[in-house]
Write a protein that binds this ligand. Structure first.
Ligand code: NAP
Length: 234
């Protein structure tokens, strides 16, 4: 399959890129600055998702079967921050995590419709979508809840055209994004909250993304898969 994967430079994205390629898929990977064979696109720029889509289509000979929206930021802002600071973090988080994902979902959807033979969308959301996040991360939880809302809307709206949409909601995963949080909140307290006794490995999330991208049966469209060591069961 031909797959466009955002945020492929490190963490979950890097593990996913490796796994998908091991399984023989053609993957156009992306990161903010590019390099190492990845396509550059900084999602702070509203024009970046369309430019990325075009570059990925060119790299994949005009056909994309799956879009994986994995790129994201986890930035905190205090309740008593200045209005400017508050709006800047909200704007960046919603722009990168939610708007860019929505834009790429729309581009994928229209591409699948034009082709007429369906396609898949996999959105990497978070446990925070359902559970909420820490006091300085409302905007992160809001962005991820938004991704789940997009996923379900697409699943319900376009299943009849063979367009399938799924979301993954990881809890803590051993990547740079979680490290800062784990060290600031006290790793032991976080671990005590995870019945499995450890945070997830990026390869575990990658395997769920691979399955949703390639193997999940069509009737599973709209599903949100939790991967959190039972730290949040619902
Ligand atoms: N780690 C966790 O505990 C955890 C838990 C739940 C959900 N998630 C979600 O899983 C996904 C991957 O997380 P991760 O932990 O692997 O993150 P990570 O290691 O911090 O990597 C983030 C990825 O997003 C890209 N990115 C960052 N800012 C960007 C921007 N302005 N424009 C375009 N791309 C940008 C980065 O590219 P560069 O390398 O070029 O900066 C990188 O590839 C995210 O959506 C995250 O919210 C993670």
């Amino acid at each position: 399959m031909n797959i466009l994967l955002t945020g492929a430079s490190r963490g979950i994205g890097a593990a996913t890129l490796l796994l998908l390629r091991e399984h023989g898929h053609r993957v156009a990977g992306h990161s903010t600055a590019g390099g190492g064979g990845l396509i550059a696109a900084d999602f702070v720029d509203p024009a970046a998702p369309r430019a990325l889509w075009k570059a990925a289509l060119a790299e994949l000979d005009g056909r994309i079967d799956v879009i994986v929206n994995n790129a994201g930021v986890f930035e905190g802002v205090a309740e008593d921050a200045s209005d400017d600071e508050w709006h800047a973090v909200w704007g960046r988080t919603l722009g990168i995590n939610l708007q860019a994902s929505a834009d790429l979902c729309r581009l994928a959807l229209n591409h699948y419709r034009d082709r007429g033979d369906g396609g898949r969308i996999v959105n990497v959301a978070s446990r925070a979508a359902y559970r909420g996040d820490s006091p300085h991360h409302w905007q992160y939880a809001a962005s991820k809840a938004g991704m789940v809302g997009i996923t379900k809307s697409i699943a319900r709206g376009y299943a009849s055209e063979g367009i399938l949409a799924f979301a993954v909601c990881p809890g803590f995963v051993m990547t740079g994004m979680a490290e800062e949080y784990l060290s600031s909140r006290g790793g032991e307290q976080v671990l005590a909250d995870i019945p499995l006794g450890r945070v997830a490995e990026p390869a575990e999330i990658a395997e769920v993304i691979r399955w949703l991208s390639c193997d999940a049966p069509p009737s599973a469209t709209g599903a949100v898969i939790d991967v959190n060591g039972a730290s949040f069961v619902r």
